[in-house]
Write a protein that binds this ligand. Structure first.
Ligand code: UD1
Length: 363
């Protein structure tokens, strides 16, 4: 069986790496890796950590790229590659542009598609933008849908997708996290005397006012809480860099980091007191590491963590961010309840299950 994995961003690489590792242990499976390089440095960091050598690198990233550029350039380059390789199945992950275009291209060539992390929904097509529509379209195209949770399964069933195509397997983010913690030493180790509030925020829908509100609240939290260090891992997107560096450079008790490699980032997450983020994967990692997560978005497709109490959806209003953060800094009982809440995203065996299903279903 010949499997083609297509991915392009940091989170896709992290979440497909466990599948790639498991496939390589199977003698009856041949794997071809195609990266779009929608991300360059962030992707290459993950490829290094997981020791992945792509067979094809479309190398499409340009500064401040538009959705038109990403979609058009991947689609253009991937057609000839699919015709040459003719895989039995194309595997894509999540909701980034590369996943959508990879699935669309495979469909154009009438090659079956498997979608890892199927069924996540906010039911708002502009939040997250354009990810909500990307994942809906991929799920329409996909032949095999790997849902991380029962909640995601229900979303897919409600859209009329046949239960015979859907498998609840857990999220491969947790597989990647456990693998890294068990096997890879961080390149950088971050130690601060204060309690660390780790921050990431990069989403397109937060570019207009959300990011400046987030920065404003971080300044205020740093000013009012002398025993706290805010560590912000700043995404290389120029829109994010400009706003965050303009508002938060050289502020006492705020450290701005270039994104660390994944192993160092996992180490940093585990050493944090609290995480503020608009990222998807970090909403899954926090509960698995027993670190409370405040979600800097109005809507999330990851409601499972909100339901178990491991994460809280707080939006981007500065007063709310400050109040929720300070509550967790001061109220030990609330903090402990969040830290000890169940991780609903899986037990680290999702990749193994996915491989077994591929072996049974793809010929
Ligand atoms: C993309 C995904 C988003 C995902 C995020 C994770 C889409 C539409 N968005 O958003 O779903 O949550 O990745 O990070 O697919 N850049 C670099 N180096 C890098 C990566 C990015 O310089 O390694 C800069 C480039 O200027 C690039 C810009 O960031 O043009 C934006 O990258 P892009 O992939 O378009 O969007 P992200 O915001 O990273």
């Amino acid at each position: 069986m010949k499997i083609l994995l297509i991915f392009g961003t940091r989170p896709e690489a992290i979440k497909l790496a466990p599948i790639l590792r498991s496939i390589k242990e199977k003698e009856d499976m041949e794997v071809i890796v195609c990266v779009s390089a929608q991300h360059r440095q962030l992707l290459d960091q993950v490829l290094t950590v997981f020791d992945i050598e792509p067979d094809y690198d479309l190398d499409i990233m340009i500064p401040n790229q538009s959705l038109f550029h990403i979609t058009g350039s991947i689609l253009e380059k991937i057609g000839p590659l699919l015709r040459k390789e003719r895989p039995d199945i194309v595997v894509v992950q999540g909701d980034a542009q590369t996943a959508f275009v990879g699935a669309l291209a495979a469909y154009y060539e009438q090659i079956p598609v498997a979608h890892v992390e199927a069924g996540l929904r906010t039911d708002d097509k502009y939040s997250p933008f354009p990810e909500e529509i990307n994942r809906r379209l991929v799920d329409q195209i996909a032949d095999l849908l790997f849902a991380p949770t029962e909640h995601a399964l229900d979303n897919l069933l409600a859209e009329g997708i046949s239960s015979e195509q859907i498998f609840v397997v857990g999220n491969t983010e947790i597989d990647a996290l456990y693998f890294i913690r068990g096997h890879v030493q961080p390149v950088q180790r971050f130690t601060f005397p204060e309690r660390v509030i780790l921050v990431t925020a990069h989403r397109r829908e937060n570019f207009s006012s959300g990011l400046s509100s987030i920065c404003q609240s971080l300044r205020e939290i740093a000013r009012r809480n002398k025993d706290v260090r805010i560590v912000y891992s700043v995404h290389p997107n120029p829109n994010v860099q400009r706003e965050v560096r303009k508002r938060l450079a050289k502020i006492e008790r705020i450290t701005l980091l270039d994104p660390p490699d994944y192993a160092s980032f996992v180490h940093l997450m585990a050493a944090s007191y609290l995480i503020l983020t608009d990222s998807g994967g970090i909403q899954e990692a926090g509960p698995a590491l027993d670190i409370p997560v405040l979600v800097l978005r109005d809507k999330t497709e990851r409601m499972e963590g909100i339901y178990t109490g491991a994460a809280k959806l707080i939006g981007t209003d500065p007063e709310r961010i400050i109040a929720e953060t300070e509550n967790l800094l001061r109220d030990r009982l609330t903090y402990t309840a969040m830290a000890q809440a169940d991780n609903p995203y899986g037990d680290g065996t999702a990749a193994k299950r996915i491989i077994e299903i591929l072996q049974a279903r793809v010929h």
